[in-house]
Design a protein around this ligand. Structure first.
Ligand code: TXA
Ligand code: MG
Length: 331
């Protein structure tokens, strides 16, 4: 594996590598993606193998420009044009009827396909250079924390892939919002980097799929996902500053949201470390810090991580979704 940068020459190398069947980890505004030529089934098979991802969990196809959507999918469905116009390039993935060339391996045999045009300039430049649509799941082993920095990818998958394009930290830090427009009543399958409030400005009565659903349509909805190697406990909002429900052994870490809770916890000696996702209690800032914080606490120094729910507004919904799926179920 080779780590490369983001100058014009690097972009050309990454694009050429993608076109010729290599696996290239690329930065996006959400998380790092493990990219491969979507037209090449051998490359797609390698993506599943490298991630140890079950083949019933379909991939997102990334395009360099919004107008390329119809190469991959049929965007002639209600709301698609409006959503693309309002939010692409950006952190929202659309589920649309597929084009027939899209390999079954990318869609898990569904008659729909997930498409996204990222807003990250380097990502788009690489996809344009590749000259093909690019399949890219998050660049992590299946079920583990998503990567928001190049070194997260190097640590988790470095020996199994061809290139990592180091574009620094991902701006948003949570995956794209997935919006299913292939059915009569559109629904958000996964809350993510574009808030529900913003989507409501185009589809006023948009629903969010209940995450406790027993029959997930997006396997990112599976109960355990995005998880660190040590137990993560998620408590209701406001309960972290109460006495913790475990015997004190000073080997636990706490993740807080807002300086009120942080200050309260720092006055106790319950936790070995307290990390505040956003001292100003800003949900966008918290989303950007989430996976990096979980990666940094997922070491032998700690036996468990405790945290509490954020308010369900803005990107708080996406953060709570990731924490819920990563956690030992208490709430
Ligand atoms: O922000 C993101 O979306 C990142 C970056 C790299 O773009 N990608 C990402 O991919 O999060 P991944 O593979 O980790 O998550 C894609 C999700 C999966 O939960 C998958 O089940 C769902 O998209 N998905 C893909 N195709 C689908 C389809 N046709 N219908 C329903 N869900 C689909
Ligand atoms: Mg993922």
């Amino acid at each position: 594996m080779k780590i490369i940068g983001t100058n014009l020459e690097d972009i050309a190398v990454a694009g050429q590598a993608l076109r010729t069947g290599c696996l290239v980890a690329i930065p996006t505004e959400t998380v790092y993606g493990l990219a491969g030529n979507a037209r090449d089934v051998h490359t797609l098979a390698r993506i599943f193998a490298v991630k140890k991802r079950p083949i019933f969990d379909p991939l997102i196809i990334h395009i360099g420009d919004p107008f390329d959507v119809d190469v991959v999918a049929d965007s002639n469905v209600p709301f698609a044009k409006e959503i693309v116009e309002a939010f692409w390039p950006g952190p929202i993935t659309l589920i649309l009827p597929r084009r027939s060339w899209v390999p079954d391996l990318a869609t898990s045999g569904l008659d729909t396909v997930a498409v996204r045009c990222p807003s990250h300039d380097i990502a788009r430049a690489i996809i344009r250079k590749a000259g093909v649509p690019v399949a890219a799941p998050s660049a992590n082993p299946f079920g583990y924390l998503s990567p928001t920095r190049a070194n997260h990818v190097a640590r988790q998958l470095g020996d199994k892939i061809d290139f990592i394009v180091d574009g620094g930290s991902c701006l948003l830090g949570v995956e794209s919002t997935i919006l299913d427009l292939s059915i009569e009543q559109p629904v958000i399958l996964r809350p993510g980097g574009l808030s529900v409030e913003r989507i409501r400005s185009v589809i006023p009565d948009i629903r969010v799929l209940d995450r406790r659903t027993s029959n997930p349509k997006a396997p990112g909805q599976l109960p355990s996902h995005y998880a660190p190697s040590r137990p993560l406990y998620l408590l209701p909002t406001g309960s972290l500053a109460q006495k913790p429900p475990y015997p004190e052994d000073k080997s636990h870490a706490a993740i807080t949201f807002g300086s009120v809770t942080t200050q309260a916890l720092l006055r106790t000696n319950w936790y070995k470390t307290v990390v505040d996702l956003s001292p100003d209690a800003n949900t966008t800032e918290a989303a950007a810090a989430l996976f990096n914080t979980l990666h940094s606490l997922d070491t032998d120094e700690y036996n468990a991580i405790w945290t509490e729910r954020l308010p369900e507004e803005g990107l708080g919904l996406a953060v709570n979704d990731r924490l819920y799926k990563a956690s030992i179920k208490l709430v």
